[in-house]
Design a protein around this ligand. Structure first.
Ligand code: FES
Length: 155
């Protein structure tokens, strides 16, 4: 995605009054706009909001909601809570890794899919559960993984 780091940082910092205490809100806005927290934008926002870059990085790595790596259009999260794990979630992850040709934690080259694991999403009765953006699937079978991805291939 093309963006001008200074412009993005300036606009978002101004939205939050350039106040250091609003840095988390600014980071949320950057992530919403660009889908992750690019280094160059963080450096710029650090200047506009007068927050040290080291502090911004600490926040970015502390909260799971933030990502310093680019994410795909479709974020695939495999639940690794105990019930999902016991009912085969690790095999679902392996099947998705094979299907997408990436490792868990990575994004496909075309920026279409990211694959990650998550804690319990609260629908253990459907274990093993996979969440793709806002869509929840379960119980997911290894044999159904290819079909699941195909749904999004055409989107
Ligand atoms: S453990 Fe997966 S939904 Fe609860």
């Amino acid at each position: 995605m093309e963006y001008n780091a200074t412009e993005v940082a300036k606009k978002i910092a101004a939205r939050w009054g350039n106040k250091p205490e609003n840095i988390i809100e600014m980071m949320h806005d950057i992530q919403t706009e660009l889908n992750y927290l690019p280094k160059d934008v963080l450096y710029e926002v650090s200047k506009f909001a007068s927050v040290p870059i080291s502090k911004i990085y600490n926040i970015a790595t502390f909260y799971n909601a933030f990502s310093l790596k680019p994410k795909g259009k479709y974020k695939i999260c495999v639940c690794m809570g105990t019930p999902c794990h016991a009912l085969g979630a690790p095999r679902i992850v392996s099947a998705l890794e094979r299907e997408l040709e990436i490792k868990c934690g990575d994004t496909t080259k075309d920026m279409k899919y990211s694959l990650e694991i998550t804690g319990c999403v609260g629908t253990c009765g459907l274990a093993p559960v996979v969440v793709i953006n806002e869509d929840l699937y379960g119980p997911v079978q290894v044999s159904g993984v290819q079909k699941l991805i195909k749904k999004y291939d055409s989107k």
